[in-house]
Design a protein around this ligand. Structure first.
Ligand SMILES: *[C@@H]1O[C@H](CO)[C@@H](O)[C@H](O)[C@H]1NC(C)=O
Length: 465
């Protein structure tokens, strides 16, 4: 009896001692085990953004911080690393027009790139966000190092290190050894898991107009493994360039935007991989284009695929024209035909695009039945300018629920590709542009003709006098 009691006391002291020692000198393996056993916190708010010029004021971070995201995702052009030469039609160094003789964009030196990354990283608003939120991301062309660049760009190895430093990727991370910055993450507890897959659309990309590859063989193999890997309730695929919207089909030959649509075979492969993986809850987020847009494609796989585009945090199309002319940009955006854009959403403007600084938001209401995913684009003040609420149950293979909502008249099916529109619709932007130009030229010619006539009569009159 006495012995037993003493032993109990001994046991008590030993256990206490071990506990105190463990508290004072935690061994790494123990803390790792604890982390494994500890339930992962629920993630319900994700913010994302792209196109942030380090020299521009970035007040938008305040609204992003107010949203209080659990994760923030960079989708590229996180800084503007390359150098843009001035717009010059004439002169010795011409940067635009068919007669241009020097490139508009040139890469910076490594030192300049580091300075620019440092400037972007230490912007006060962003620094505050970094301290409280997990930040992950990939690059697009300008932080990769050169406008519209792909696999041919020679500085990519150096710049990969710079991006990973900017993102504070651990020094022993495998991401520092692979070719390209693609990565995947799993957040949240079982049942509420969110997988984030970030694609590198630069490092392995073949030249534009080549119809080659975007991801390259190694990244395709990796992506297939990721999609077929462990389940998650939601899977967000981040791509710097737009996946669903293929606006180039309707803006050419005036201008082209980069997108997966420009590599139709690669895009089909992406859809096929998602369909074959039978993965539920997949949607895309993207950046690059300097405006916000939500698009939806119902005929890629057997449930609707959404793509929420937010661009940019500072760089936005309406910013390039003076205030009173901004309505023109909105008019042109409205005029550009689109078959994938979600128009039945809460849009601030008729075009359902947003050309002022913005960030993207994914907010998941895990408590609702069915679970609702709120996808939004928000302005500098944090107000929603585009948005859709998607029941998670809609994003499920074999789900035909969305067809029945057709009856309410609320729903437009997004199946027609942009290139399948009639040519007069597809080219209406170009037609408008060239006819306006022709009219202007004709008017100028007319004025010149009248002026010469007037001069001649005047000269004749003078002679006679
Ligand atoms: C996207 O538009 C381009 C024209 O700019 C066209 O060549 C391409 O086939 C389109 N892609 C798809 C998937 O429709």
């Amino acid at each position: 009896m006495g012995n037993e009691r003493r032993w109990r006391w001994w046991r008590f002291f030993i256990v206490m001692g071990v506990a105190v020692a463990g508290f004072l000198f935690p061994s790494s393996s123990a803390s790792q085990q604890e982390q494994l056993m500890e339930p992962q916190p629920v993630v319900s708010r994700i913010a994302f953004g792209s196109c942030a010029h380090q020299d521009a004021p970035q007040p938008i971070w305040n609204s992003i911080i107010n949203f209080d995201p659990h994760v923030f995702i960079w989708l590229g052009d996180n800084i503007y690393g390359d150098i843009r030469r001035p717009f010059k039609l004439l002169g010795r160094e011409r940067t635009v027009g068919p007669w241009k003789n020097v490139p508009r964009f040139v890469p910076s030196s490594k030192q300049e790139m580091m300075l620019k990354y440092n400037k972007g990283k230490t912007i006060p608003g962003y620094s505050r966000l970094r301290q409280r939120t997990k930040v992950i991301g990939v690059w697009d062309d300008h932080d990769y190092g050169l406008n519209d660049a792909g696999k041919e760009f020679t500085e990519k190895v150096t710049n990969q290190k710079l991006l990973l430093d900017f993102l504070e990727e651990p020094l022993d991370s495998p991401r520092r050894k692979q070719h390209g910055v693609y990565a995947s993450y799993m957040f949240g507890p079982i049942g509420k898991q969110i997988k984030v897959i970030l694609l590198d659309t630069r490092y392995h990309r073949d030249p534009l107009f080549s119809d080659g590859t975007i991801l390259g063989t190694a990244q395709w193999t990796w992506l297939e493994r990721e999609l077929k890997g462990p389940e998650s309730a939601v899977t967000i695929i981040g791509s710097s360039i737009q996946v669903i919207s293929n606006l180039s089909a309707n803006t050419r030959p005036l201008f082209y935007l980069e997108s997966w649509g420009r590599f139709p075979e690669e895009r089909d492969l992406l859809f096929k991989l998602i369909a074959d993986s039978k993965r539920k809850g997949v949607f895309f987020i993207s950046g690059d284009v300097h405006f916000g847009e939500i698009s939806r494609y119902d005929c890629a796989i057997d449930y609707p695929l959404f793509d929420i585009t937010s661009s940019g945090l500072t760089q936005a199309v309406e910013r390039v024209v003076p205030g009173p002319l901004q309505f023109l940009v909105r008019f042109l955006a409205w005029l550009t035909p689109s078959t994938m854009r979600v128009m039945k959403s809460k849009c601030r403007y008729k075009s359902c695009t947003f050309g002022q600084p913005n960030f993207g938001v994914v907010e998941i209401d895990w408590g609702a039945t069915p679970v609702i995913i709120k996808m939004e684009v928000r302005d500098t003040n944090g107000l929603a300018v585009l948005g859709v609420n998607v029941p998670l149950s809609l994003l499920r293979p074999g789900n035909r629920e969305y067809l029945s909502s057709n009856n309410t008249g609320e729903y437009q099916r997004h199946c027609l590709l942009e290139v399948q529109l009639g040519w007069i619709v597809r080219y209406r932007l170009a037609i408008l542009f060239y006819s306006t130009l022709t009219l202007l030229l004709l008017a100028l010619l007319g004025i010149a003709y009248v002026a010469t006539l007037a001069c001649r009569t005047c000269v004749r009159k003078c002679k006679r006098d």
